[in-house]
Unconditional design. Structure first.
Length: 222
């Protein structure tokens, strides 16, 4: 009887360790949580045979690819430091570097609105956006990025609008994925501050809803 009791306790302990390990792995893979879904939004995940509908309060994992249909959008809370709105007819993939310190949002087509708050990030963390022809470091900014539908033919470039703060943009050669020009800092059109200045307070945004950020006009950079 004593041997059975020891064996039972050992089994319970093993199951507890397994459950804790599984929970820790799930938390490590968790990129964020869905806060708004409108219309049709699908998520493609390596563990699923086919894309699944994304719903309010669903977890979003690193490696997920989100695709929105017409008149659709999704707003995702990434940890405690960023929110991203995926506008209609867009495709966004969420990845991170092996060390976990760099989050990479790859926009294949469509438009996203990204708000990064550096004060809420761990030291050494970073957020980058990537499009077919650009890599954008987003240190502490609100930025809209758009990949036009016609980019596949090479006729247009990715478009960006900085609402607050600044971003560092590096153009890429779409054919090779290598830098095509020296990086440069991009500010809002009316912002005259230097990158060495303290980040100014975030102004009240006129883009008050997800629909606003998905419809505002933005221009191509030179």
């Amino acid at each position: 009887m004593k041997t059975k009791g020891i064996a039972g306790k050992t089994a319970v302990a093993a199951l507890t360790v397994l459950a804790l390990s599984t929970q820790a792995l799930a938390e490590d893979l968790r990129a964020g949580v869905v806060r708004i879904v409108q219309g049709t939004v699908m998520v493609a995940r390596s563990t699923e045979a086919r894309p699944l509908p994304l719903k309010f309060d669903d977890d979003v994992l690193w490696g997920d690819r989100l695709t929105t249909g017409g008149q659709s959008l999704a707003k995702i809370l990434l940890g405690t430091f960023a929110t991203v709105t995926v506008c209609e007819r867009s495709m966004l993939t969420l990845t991170r570097k092996a060390d976990g310190a760099a989050s990479v949002l790859t926009l294949n087509i469509g438009r996203i609105h990204l708000d990064v708050v550096k004060a809420r990030m761990e030291p050494g963390w970073s957020v980058k956006m990537k499009t077919p022809d650009a890599v954008v470091d987003v240190p502490d900014a609100i930025v809209i990025a758009e990949v036009p539908d016609g980019m596949a033919g090479g006729g247009t470039k990715s478009r960006f609008r900085v609402v607050h703060g600044y971003v560092d943009v590096t153009w890429l050669d779409p054919a090779t994925g290598r830098p095509d020009a020296a990086p440069f800092s991009f500010f809002p059109p009316d912002d005259k501050s230097s990158v060495t200045m303290a980040s100014p307070p975030r102004p009240p945004s006129q883009l008050t809803t997800s629909a606003d950020v998905c419809s505002v006009a933005i221009l191509a950079l030179p």
